[in-house]
Design a protein around this ligand. Structure first.
Ligand SMILES: O=P(O)(O)O[C@@H]1C[C@H](O)[C@@H](CO)O1
Length: 317
């Protein structure tokens, strides 16, 4: 793509795309799922017209972690099905609504449920709410997820502060920034070596210490696989060699999209299961257990998120 004319994206061959449809009839890869700046702005305006909250921090609740959103005060709730051009959540443990409200008096917006690639949405669609966050004024993202613990020192229930990710799906050419680049969001080739903000990681480690949780909180490398199946033993052995500590099916594309549009990113995983790396093991990952462990740990995670929000807000003042 080389530009935007009358809200129509123009590619290098001069073809135009409106709402993802190519005007010369060519079918463009994932063409129904291109969210133009205008469409995203309309969604942002939909919210701004209906809530007085002007959030600075965006939060995404992972599987079983929806209670984080329940701490919000003076809340305006928008079921995804009521938001124009918004996808819907199809996964158990993801309520499927956007909340605007205050966490410890800090204005936030919170996705109670996210979109995953395995639901059938292209990555750009999975992460398009991040761009909506940007357009309503969000400067910081806190993404949470449930993940399998690959690092043998991790226990079920532990928290991993994500210090970096490996974008395995990107290795195969699948990236949320693929396709036309709108420079109003960010550059064609964004750097990703500082994807997870070091200062926010330090805050989280300080909070963990204050909460007496140092032994249960780690810094680690997360990867997102496409899912929906959990990993084979051979896949997990490979990921371990690559330096992955926690394995999941989200977050990476959200953080890439956030960094592209200059939102400061922070993410943590709750280890809901230990990855099975031995053929002899009788253990198997299952989603009910994932949601269950998430729910059991969500009160502590909610406190962590709340304290992070306060720290970010105080630091920005
Ligand atoms: O949305 P998250 O990343 O927390 O959800 C994880 C990954 C899959 O969606 C699901 C697998 O149990 O939980």
């Amino acid at each position: 793509m080389n530009g935007i004319k009358n809200n129509v994206l123009i590619d290098l061959n001069g073809n135009g795309y409106t709402n993802g449809k190519c005007t010369n009839g060519t079918i463009y890869h994932q063409d129904d799922d291109i969210y133009t700046y205008d469409t995203l702005n309309q969604i942002a305006k939909f919210f701004l017209d209906r809530t007085k909250v002007r959030p600075k921090i965006g939060i995404i609740c992972g599987s079983g972690l929806g209670a984080i959103a329940e701490m919000l005060e003076d809340v305006d709730k928008f079921p995804y099905s009521s938001i124009p051009n918004f996808p819907v959540s199809t996964v158990e443990g993801h309520a499927g609504q956007m909340l605007f409200g205050y966490l410890d008096n800090v204005p936030v917006m919170c996705m109670q449920g996210r979109f995953h690639y395995y639901e059938g949405y292209p990555l750009a669609k999975c992460s398009m709410p991040i761009r909506v966050m940007k357009l309503v004024g969000v400067t910081h993202l806190i993404a949470t997820n449930a993940a399998g613990g690959l690092n043998p020192s991790y226990k079920v229930g532990d928290i991993v502060i994500v210090k970096d990710h490996i974008n395995i799906m990107g290795f195969a050419g699948n990236n949320p920034l693929q396709g036309p680049n709108d420079t109003r969001f960010g550059p064609r080739f964004p750097p990703m070596n500082k994807a997870y903000d070091r200062k926010l990681i330090e805050y989280a480690m300080e909070i963990a210490e204050e909460m007496g949780m140092k032994d249960e909180v780690h810094e680690g490398v997360y990867t997102c696989l496409g899912g929906p199946n959990y990993e084979t033993v051979a896949e997990l052995k490979m990921l371990k060699i690559l330096g992955v500590d926690a394995v999941g099916m989200s977050t990476v594309h959200e953080v890439i999209t956030a960094r592209h549009c200059d939102i400061t990113a922070f993410a943590f995983s709750i280890i809901t299961n230990k990855c099975v790396t031995e053929y002899e093991s009788m253990e198997e990952a299952n989603h009910d257990e994932v949601v269950d462990v998430g729910k059991r740990r969500q009160s502590i995670l909610s406190v962590l998120v709340c304290k992070m929000v306060t720290k970010i807000n105080d630091a920005a003042l």
